[in-house]
Design a protein around this ligand. Structure first.
Ligand code: ADP
Ligand code: GLC
Length: 484
């Protein structure tokens, strides 16, 4: 088997910088592919948190002037990950969130910042760093999108290219006037180039030029070819459907393992489910809810954003109270949603608990202690929290979209009768449909053997990177061969 080198290009990587599931995927893929004889190095921006984590680093490239300032590429191994770090203080030495400034708005020079990341990646792609000449360059999301445009317009042979869409809602669109500052030639501004509705489209460029396009579930791969979900890119995706596929994400089953997770109150396995009760108790205590083992306790771990449909959960708070169910939410994001969840828990502290913030320990306890996990997303490319829930025996209640449609077996009559159900799916994505699904789940919860069957089915589901890694490996081998 040929040894394949892949350069991954991404704007976040767990455990160094994370705003969402993208970071988890970037952090996990290299390890998952090692056994397939695929070597992945990842180039990421030199944010303060990344530079602070470097203990030893080697400078492999240096520019006196790179998009307005001095810059270099450092090679380093951190937390088991082989990284290239684009150290460009004028672009990345900024506190907080990688994309948004202290005023809550996107940094005004995001177009330049991520053009620089793409440019550095393309240079490595072309062989500028002799120690690592990749067969394949894999760009993730819009922030990495221009990599393929630079490779396309750079002359001489280029490596094979892959683009993965983790979320098509974020496209990276910048004014045409920036073309020369970005460093792209005038002829790149074409309908079949970087042009996107009169602007420069970073994700569009990647989708135009990549040899293969993937997204993070087969259902999302279909959805984004329609006007409702394609957000302007559906035409291009339909035109490129022959190279578009969906590969479901995995989760790190060592970090997410109820049998030895140090972050939860009591460890348990599918054949010792009774031990799970201590986690429910700990969770109810942590949120100051009434500690009742019989109450149907639902959890949420999420960014608070329109995508996630959590306003539908708020619509159902009266029903949750009336029927004596419980709800705990961990999340951060939009102010309005934060305030509404805080208000709901103040109004009904025995039943509703809210924790605003980002808290990995608590995320684990919610998965271990809740009876069910709610994911009512309006759209969801893959979703990782329902995978964690399956593994922890928290039965997922999800909208039937994207990866949520692909990762669980709905508890319809036949699935329950044959004993294969793992969760509850509802459609359309409305408050009423969510309510019906919650009530369906609660009814089954009262049938202990049937409920436990669902829990153990979920826990037996393979949510690891094993299968996805094999699919990425096959894809890399395909495009490595068409290297041009
Ligand atoms: P998205 O990337 O759209 O936010 P995913 O489900 O793919 O959704 O990934 C979200 C990741 O972030 C998961 O690993 C989840 O556990 C984690 N997460 C989200 N919100 C929080 C939070 N408030 N505290 C801790 N972890 C969180
Ligand atoms: C995006 C999507 C999420 C997906 C994650 C990792 O953030 O919103 O559904 O799981 O990327 O691919």
């Amino acid at each position: 088997m040929q040894h394949i080198r892949v350069l991954a290009v991404a704007s976040e990587v767990y455990p160094l910088v994370k705003t969402g599931g993208l970071a988890d995927v970037i952090g996990a893929l290299p390890g998952a592919l090692e056994q397939q004889d695929i070597e992945i190095r990842t180039i990421v921006p030199g944010y303060p948190a990344v530079l602070a984590a470097l203990t030893a680093a080697e400078e492999v490239r240096l520019w006196d002037r790179f998009y307005g300032g001095r810059a270099r590429i450092l090679a380093a191994t951190v937390a088991g990950l082989d990284l290239f770090v684009l150290d460009a203080p004028h672009l990345f030495d900024r506190p907080g969130n990688p994309y948004v400034g202290p005023n809550g708005r996107d940094w005004p020079d995001n177009g330049i910042r991520f053009a620089a990341l793409a440019r550095a990646a393309a240079d490595i792609g072309r062989g500028d760093v002799a120690a690592f000449v990749p067969h394949v360059v894999h760009a993730h999301d819009w922030q990495a999108g221009l990599t393929h445009a630079f490779l396309q317009h750079g002359g001489c042979p280029r490596p094979g290219t892959v683009t993965t869409i983790h979320n098509i809602a974020f496209q990276g669109r910048f004014p045409r006037a920036m073309l020369s500052e970005i460093g792209l030639p005038p002829e790149s501004f074409r309908v079949d180039g970087v042009e996107y509705y009169g602007d420069i489209g970073y994700l569009k460029a990647a989708l135009q030029f990549a040899d293969r396009i993937t997204t993070v579930s087969p259902t999302y791969a279909l959805e984004i070819q329609s006007a409702e979900a394609g957000m302007g890119l559906e035409g291009l995706l339909r035109a490129r459907a022959d190279v578009l596929s969906g590969i479901i994400n995995g989760i790190d089953t060592a970090v997410w393992n109820p049998a030895d997770d140090p972050r939860i109150a009591a460890n348990y396995t599918a054949d010792k489910l009774a031990a799970r009760a201590a986690n429910k108790r700990a969770l109810q205590t942590r949120f100051d809810l009434s500690v009742t083992p019989k109450a149907f306790l639902m959890g949420v771990v999420s960014r608070l954003a329109w995508q996630k449909g959590l306003d539908l959960v708020l619509d159902n708070v009266p029903m949750i109270a009336r029927d004596n169910m419980q709800l705990v939410l961990l999340g951060s994001g939009e102010q309005d949603l934060q305030e509404r969840f805080v208000a709901a828990s103040l109004a009904d502290p025995d039943r509703i608990g809210t924790a605003i913030g980002y808290d990995e320990d608590l995320a684990h306890l919610i998965q271990a202690g809740a009876d069910a996990l709610l994911v009512p997303s309006r759209f969801e490319p893959c979703g990782l929290t329902q995978l964690c829930a399956l593994r922890y025996g928290a039965v997922p209640i999800v909208s039937r979209v994207g990866g949520l449609a692909d990762t669980l077996v709905d508890a319809n009559e036949m699935a329950v009768a044959t004993g294969v159900a793992t969760g509850f799916q509802f459609a359309p994505v409305t408050s009423d449909a969510l309510a019906r699904s919650i009530l369906r789940a609660r009814a089954l919860f009262q049938d202990t053997p049937a409920w436990q069957k669902m829990q153990t089915n979920g826990m037996a589901t393979d949510v690891s990177w094993r299968l996805p890694a094999a699919r990425y490996a096959a894809l890399y081998r395909e495009v490595a061969d068409i290297r041009r």
